[in-house]
Design a protein around this ligand. Structure first.
Ligand code: URA
Length: 240
């Protein structure tokens, strides 16, 4: 159905204002199904028409879902006055208004972060109620013991009253200082504080999986790509 005005569509899909979009449309920078359209008020079928603006095809899907390999030193936030954020790393062709990271990783944590403009989806995958586990690999200072694993896996209450629900831990090396840890909450510094609770320390932390979807190892730190519908389903329909 031709129900979306071009100026609104472009303002939504890019970082431009409606006024800036209109000026560029008037200059002949917009093609709909291969034909130049000069009127910003013309309506299009965003789902089915091919819309090329300033030489790039717009992704007009209602929402976008982006997998990023977060590098060290970058904030998991939409914007920041001083520091670089994960949103700053998104290339123009994937950028659109309202993009935010679904969940936070610490500045020094690397790995899988999902960026979207779909608040409902973000809530669904982050809410502990839905038990969508996030999997991390942590290098820790001291070898972990079976008792410590049992304690953490049962769930713990810190001295300040913070409760961390049950988790799952696997030892990944003979030295017992490389572990896989799965949690379904995302509390502030959660894994670091869990390891502190058993007198240990996280030295390096990487998120490798959300639900059952593993980060694409083709992505170098700072790189990102759109998720496919199938990949979205793998995250959303997480089942153990
Ligand atoms: N737990 C942490 O301590 N830090 C993160 O970035 C994610 C989980």
């Amino acid at each position: 159905m031709k129900n979306k005005r071009l100026d609104n569509l472009i303002a939504n899909e890019t970082s431009l204002s409606r006024k800036q979009a209109t000026e560029l449309i008037k200059k002949g920078e917009l093609l709909v199904n291969g034909k130049v359209v000069l009127s910003a008020s013309e309506k299009v079928d965003a789902e089915n028409d091919e819309i090329v603006f300033c030489g790039r095809r717009l992704n007009c899907a209602e929402h976008v879902y982006i997998m990023m390999n977060k590098p060290k030193g970058v904030l998991s936030a939409s914007s920041d006055k001083k520091a670089k954020t994960v949103i700053d790393l998104v290339p123009d062709e994937l950028r659109r208004k309202g993009l935010f990271p679904a969940g936070r990783l610490d500045k020094d944590t690397t790995g899988f972060i999902l960026l979207t403009d779909d608040g409902e989806f973000a809530h669904k995958i982050l809410s502990p109620k839905n038990h969508i586990y996030k999997t991390y690999v942590a290098r820790i200072r001291n070898p972990i013991t079976d008792d410590e694993i049992k304690t953490l896996e049962r769930g713990i209450t810190l001295s300040d009253g913070t409760v961390f629900k049950k988790c799952k831990i696997k030892i990944l090396n003979d030295e017992k200082n490389l572990i896989e840890i799965k949690i379904c909450e995302g509390k502030f510094h959660q894994i670091k504080r869990m390891l502190q609770f058993v007198n240990n320390e996280v030295l390096v932390l990487e998120r490798v999986k959300m639900g059952n979807l593993t980060i694409d190892n083709v992505l170098k730190p700072g790189e990102c790509r759109l998720l496919t519908d199938e990949e979205l389903k793998i995250i959303r329909d997480f089942d153990e």
